[in-house]
Write a new protein. Structure first.
Length: 258
């Protein structure tokens, strides 16, 4: 897991004692993305009342991450990427934005891979019509955004393996951009292997162009993005807690919270 610390000055702005949780979304021109992420953070707030929870975007939507961090002043914060694998945004963009802010921050690991994501993927497939006892000719394409970073591919492949173990059928990772195979190519590969019923599992945090294009390629059923599934809120808090535990100063602030 990639966790990077960016040090700064001691907080002079009140955050209720606990480090703020700043969820970092990519951003999308699809208005459903912002509403979905906002609803997810409402679930997080309900699970942990009193924890300051904020949102910042890498691009395309407001508030942008630098503006969110500026509003926190020099207070402590944990940045949790709402991204499903390692890649350029997690390794470079988010840490660079954090380093340019006055806040004392720690960047948590991305959401994936993790068994909680498999819980959400499985649930979304069931909602889409996935049978509780899938036939022998069933298979799944795990449709992800894609990245040129090999670690991103490794993480997505790991999630595909976890999902295959859960479902008991082959799961082939595929990508909407920047990597291969594409979703249509993965569908053709599975079909050529005798899988007549191929589902597409949408491995996206929220609706958007990539999710829409990926599900349109499904020859059978296609699941919705992970969105506000309860496992997502629990995983977001899990990544926050991991980062706090890894940083002694942030942990002492959390323990001091009434």
């Amino acid at each position: 897991m990639t966790v990077m610390t960016v040090t700064g000055s001691t907080s002079t702005r009140a955050t209720g004692g606990a480090p703020a949780l700043v969820a970092v979304a990519h951003g999308s021109r699809d208005p459903r993305a912002l509403s979905t992420v906002s609803a997810l953070l409402d679930r997080v707030r309900a699970l942990r009342p009193g924890l300051p929870v904020h949102l910042g975007h890498i691009e395309l939507n407001e508030p942008l991450l630098p503006d969110t961090l500026a509003a926190l002043g020099d207070g402590p914060a944990v940045l949790v990427p709402l991204l499903l694998s390692r890649g350029h945004h997690v390794k470079r963009d988010i840490p660079a934005m954090a380093a340019a802010s006055p806040a004392r921050t720690r960047v948590a690991a991305p959401l994936g891979p993790h068994p909680l994501l498999v819980d959400a993927l499985h649930a979304r497939l069931l909602e889409a019509g996935w049978p509780t006892r899938p036939p022998r000719d069933a298979a799944v394409v795990l449709a992800a955004a894609g990245s040129r970073d090999p670690d991103s591919r490794t993480d997505t492949t790991r999630t595909a393996s976890l999902l295959a173990a859960r479902l008991g059928v082959p799961v082939l990772p595929a990508y909407a951009s920047a990597s291969s195979p594409t979703v249509p190519d993965a569908v053709r590969t599975l079909t050529s292997r005798g899988h007549r019923r191929v589902a597409v599992a949408s491995y996206f945090t929220a609706p958007g162009r990539f999710a829409t294009e990926s599900t349109a390629a499904a020859p059978w059923i296609a699941s919705s993005p992970l969105g506000t599934h309860p496992a997502m809120a629990h995983l977001l808090l899990h990544r926050y807690d991991e980062a706090v535990k890894a940083d002694g100063d942030l942990k002492s602030r959390l323990l001091a919270t009434p």
